[in-house]
Write a protein that binds this ligand. Structure first.
Ligand SMILES: N[C@@H](CCC(=O)N[C@@H](CS)C(=O)NCC(=O)O)C(=O)O
Length: 227
């Protein structure tokens, strides 16, 4: 693990607290986020961390340079050596959908992200289950877009209803992957086109752009072709 990350984790584990009239140094749990923002599931987790303002230490791993394979300790964090993964203190977790659910519950995030109501939650799990079994690039193929437009969104603003949920984060990052190639995949899909705007507004443009800096950079350098 990088010295920089270890140092950041050390400082995050200490904070000052008032206790019986005195200022004392107390330990608190640190959350480390292992990611590469060129990865769709890593961006989905990054969007939740940013939108929900969850304090964390970022540990970037450049997948294109094989850093996720070379980093000695990363094998202990994530057995598959994929991104994203998190460590909350000594508790480590991989698989983006599991991470998103964990963050909502652990950090007591507002209900809309992943509601406790059994049926509303099941509808979000329905999307996530479907999403997780899509193979790479399938998220933007006609069948998937038809499903999103006519079934998962249908007459709702977001996948879970009136407010944004973790399923929206997973779904939108499939689309933003193609922004690198100047493709928005929205032609003929008016609900998806509107939903993309609504998701950005719900997250906040600043956070959304922060997580997409690497995508914008690839796009602007025309790494995968021009408009
Ligand atoms: N199902 C996993 C997928 C993770 C995944 O496939 N990550 C890719 C980047 S999008 C990765 O780390 N690839 C590197 C590799 O396989 O060597 C999740 O949702 O977290």
């Amino acid at each position: 693990m990088r010295a920089q990350t270890l140092l950041a984790r050390f400082f995050y584990t200490l904070h000052f607290q008032f206790w019986r009239g005195r200022v004392v140094l107390r330990a608190m749990t640190s959350l480390t986020f292992f990611h590469d923002f060129l990865s769709q599931p890593a961006r989905a987790v990054g969007l939740l961390l940013g939108a929900a303002k969850i304090e964390h230490v970022k540990h970037p791993l450049k997948v294109t340079e094989g850093e996720h394979k070379k980093d000695e300790e990363y094998g202990n964090v994530c057995p598959t050596r994929e991104v994203p993964a998190i460590c909350d203190g000594d508790f480590c977790l991989f698989e983006s959908s599991s991470i998103l659910k964990y963050l909502v519950r652990k950090y007591n995030l507002p209900e809309h992200w992943y509601p406790s109501d059994v049926q509303r939650q099941a509808k979000i799990d329905e999307y996530l289950g479907w999403h997780d079994k899509l193979k790479e690039l399938e998220g933007v193929q006609k069948r998937s877009k038809d499903m999103l437009e006519n079934y998962f969104l249908k007459d709702k603003k977001f996948i879970g209803g009136d407010e944004i949920c973790i399923a929206d984060l997973q779904a939108i990052c499939e689309f933003t992957q193609f922004w690198m190639m100047h493709i928005d995949h929205c032609e003929g899909y008016p609900r998806i086109a509107q939903w993309i705007k609504d998701v950005q507004a719900a997250i906040g443009q600043e956070i959304f752009d922060e997580v997409h800096v690497a995508v914008y950079s690839m796009r602007d350098q025309n790494m995968f072709g021009t408009k």
